[in-house]
Design a protein around this ligand. Structure first.
Ligand SMILES: [Zn+2]
Length: 267
């Protein structure tokens, strides 16, 4: 029962994330007006706005004009529900309330960034530039933001680990941008990826940056190959790297405090 409630709260935040993903790139207010159908402009009643369920009941179409609703809506709601539950089990049940709170905001931000990057190929500054100082703030105020074998780290260590992560994230992208310019004469990564990796680093530290890139690259390669071989994409199509980095970072968050390949300790 408790698990279901946590999932539901997470799915409602997923619903909020959907509103931001749609409205932020269009420069529309997040708060007003309430949800409406972009085609017939009719406002969506509460009973048609229940996370996941309404999409299934309406079979992915607007009740009035029958315009198809993007599957992104239930996918984001379901993902946020599941991730909130996983975070809850990992941090809240271990009494790490502060870490739960900050990583919940981190993951919500990553989901919004991924949705916008996927649809517009742009990483939204408003979200990513809020996450960078938030990660550093989390390191300062949360004794257990970084789970370590020893007791909690001293404040200065946490601060430096977070700061080094943000700087490392930015430095890696700058380096790759330079290499890309020299070798391929074009930019392999952009300023959006730079800010995103800085945000990931501020929450996960420098080890987290490397591991997020590692997981993100593997996943990105697999999915790109599948899309190319199923002829859904071409070799030279642009693929936004942001969502893969975000998935990598979410994996690292959920793996915190564990040994990976029995030699890499993730604080
Ligand atoms: Zn409609």
């Amino acid at each position: 029962m408790k698990e279901f409630l946590v999932f539901l709260i997470g799915a409602c935040f997923g619903s909020f994330a959907n509103v931001v993903i749609y409205r932020l790139p269009r420069n529309k207010s997040i708060i007003k007006p309430g949800s409406y159908c972009p085609k017939c402009r009719r406002s969506i009643q509460w009973y048609d706005n229940i996370p996941i369920l309404s999409y299934l009941i309406l079979r992915g179409r607007c009740r009035h004009c029958k315009k198809t609703i993007s599957p992104r809506y239930p996918i984001v709601e379901l993902t946020m529900g599941i991730l909130t539950l996983l975070l809850f089990e990992k941090f809240w049940t271990a009494s790490l309330y502060c870490a739960f709170f900050f990583y919940f905001i981190f993951i919500l931000g990553l989901i919004i960034i991924s949705g916008i990057d996927y649809e517009t190929f742009l990483v939204p500054d408003t979200i990513v530039l809020t996450l960078i100082p938030l990660g550093i703030l989390g390191a300062l105020v949360c004794k257990n933001l970084f789970i370590s074998q020893e007791h909690s780290w001293p404040t200065l260590t946490r601060f430096l680990y977070s700061l080094s992560g943000a700087l490392m994230g930015a430095a890696i992208v700058l380096f790759l941008m330079m290499i890309g310019k020299i070798i391929w004469k074009k930019e392999a990564m952009g300023g959006g990826d730079l800010k995103l990796l800085a945000a990931i680093g501020s929450f996960l530290g420098w080890k987290g940056v490397f591991l997020s890139i590692f997981f993100g690259s593997i996943l990105g390669t697999i999915i790109s190959l599948v899309l190319i071989y199923s002829k859904k994409k071409n070799w030279d199509d642009y693929v936004p790297f942001g969502p893969y980095l975000a998935i990598g970072a979410i994996l690292v968050t959920l793996l915190k405090g564990s040994y990976l390949f029995s030699l890499y300790f993730i604080p």
